[in-house]
Design a protein around this ligand. Structure first.
Ligand SMILES: *Cc1c(COP(=O)(O)O)cnc(C)c1O
Length: 419
């Protein structure tokens, strides 16, 4: 059996995901050995901090003048946060508890933006106490709360990005002042004696339309002009939010769009005093995490296969494109499923599914009894058995941080560092 595994490991064309995509051999080896050492059916994560370090290099190469404030809500894994601190990132926090967790890592309050336009009073008081001053607002009521509770606060006017097309998770139905609301907000801040430092927007998460940054930066510039018109002290912060994806071509296009727009809409003199910041979440977290899940149940219904995984909607998959995940998952056969003898000799031995194997239309369910807890339906998968594994890549963004323990099932608790 070792020999079989060895031969599979040395035959790269065996490394195909269930949709026939080729998989990096070294990555497959890592998964197989991690599952073997895991010695449990429990789902788990693998975190590659090297990916995070490379993405930080990519960021600095493409957007050297834009300081990233990592959006903590995207993934709060302690090793990820520590790596971001080590690489000099600043942080976007949206609540008292997020601010506490970042301060506990030794980050200075100057390197935190409280980027929630609608904050509870007690949380604002806490921010004032610990010296987190920079925050976003998009309503008169928020300005009034800050005047009362955090007079040293420094405001960014959060505007609605004009174009969220191409974004998978739009933001603007919830946040962002409309153009016609901006003058009133600026005046209210001025009357309240609050400093207005600049403008913020978010073009929506997972955006594949880099031009959205351009129209949003143009709209931000209009707010700078409005402040001038009202004879307010000059603003100097442009916060371009999140939405970035780490796919190289997409990111480079977004970075180009940002640089071009900043040059087009801000004069050289304005640029000299301009600080551009961003709040990337997904960009740093998404590709660093891999989730390995175990098949805990199976039902054959005619030609269709039903599988139950120990991760699902209420675990890590509420906010991800579950159909896309299943289309690109990697299936691993537990060899002890093949016959009883192997079981005794080689418990837990893993091999990749052969990409040429016959496939079946399959429904994949999560473990809870909630009917919404379905991962995918109608995708082709090879014949799988209880105890086989399905491995999902790019599971770092809005996965663990969105999970709950409905029905007593919690999300994968163990994370192995794989580099
Ligand atoms: C969620 C959020 C982000 C991060 O967005 P990504 O799409 O993950 O980059 C940034 N800023 C604000 C205000 C957010 O709410």
């Amino acid at each position: 059996m070792e020999a079989l595994l060895e031969s599979l490991l040395s035959a790269p064309d065996q490394f195909l995901s269930s949709n026939g995509l080729k998989i990096d051999e070294c990555f497959s080896e890592k998964i197989i050995s991690t599952i073997k050492n895991h010695q449990s059916e429990e789902a788990f994560y693998m975190l590659d901090l090297g990916v995070v370090a490379n993405l930080m290099d990519t960021w600095k190469r493409n957007l050297p003048m834009v300081q990233p404030f990592y959006a903590v809500k995207c993934n709060t894994h302690p090793d990820l946060l520590a790596t971001m601190v080590a690489h000099g990132s600043s942080f976007d926090c949206a609540s008292r508890s997020e601010i506490e967790s970042i301060l506990a890592l030794g980050v200075s309050p100057d390197h935190i933006i409280y980027a929630n336009p609608c904050k509870a009073s007690s949380h604002i008081k806490y921010a004032a106490k610990v010296g987190v001053n920079l925050t976003t607002v998009d309503s008169l009521d928020e300005i009034e709360k800050i005047r009362k509770l955090h007079p040293k606060g420094s405001l960014l006017i959060r505007i609605k990005a004009p174009d969220e097309s191409g974004s998978r998770w739009p933001m603007s139905s919830k946040y962002g002042a409309l153009p016609e609301e901006v003058p009133q907000l600026l005046q209210a801040a001025q009357t309240a004696g609050l400093k207005v430092s600049g403008v913020a927007f978010h073009i929506g998460s997972k955006s594949r339309n880099s031009q959205a940054y351009k129209t949003a930066i143009q709209a931000a510039k209009a707010v700078f002009q409005e402040a001038d018109r009202l004879c307010m002290p000059p603003m100097h912060v442009l916060n371009i939010g999140g939405g970035f994806v780490s796919d190289a071509l997409c990111f480079e296009a977004a970075a180009e769009a940002v640089k071009t727009a900043v040059h087009r809409y801000f004069s050289e003199e304005e640029r000299r005093s301009l600080t551009v910041i961003a709040e990337p979440g997904r960009f740093f977290a998404e590709t660093a995490f891999t989730l390995a899940t175990n098949i805990i149940g199976k039902r054959v219904r005619g030609e269709v296969r039903h599988y139950w995984l120990n991760e699902g909607f209420h675990g890590s998959m509420m906010r991800v494109d579950r159909a896309a995940l299943v289309r690109s998952c990697i299936s691993l056969k537990c060899m002890s499923n093949n016959n009883g003898n192997d079981n005794e000799k080689n418990p837990g031995m893993m091999v990749m599914h052969d990409g040429g194997a016959r496939t079946f239309s399959s429904i994949v369910f999560g473990p809870t009894c909630d009917p919404i807890d379905k991962v995918s339906e109608g995708h082709q998968l090879p014949e799988l058995e209880v105890n086989d594994w399905l491995v999902f890549r790019n599971m770092g963004a809005y996965t663990l941080s969105c999970s709950n323990n409905f029905n007593g099932f919690s999300s994968a608790k163990i994370t192995y560092l794989t580099n």
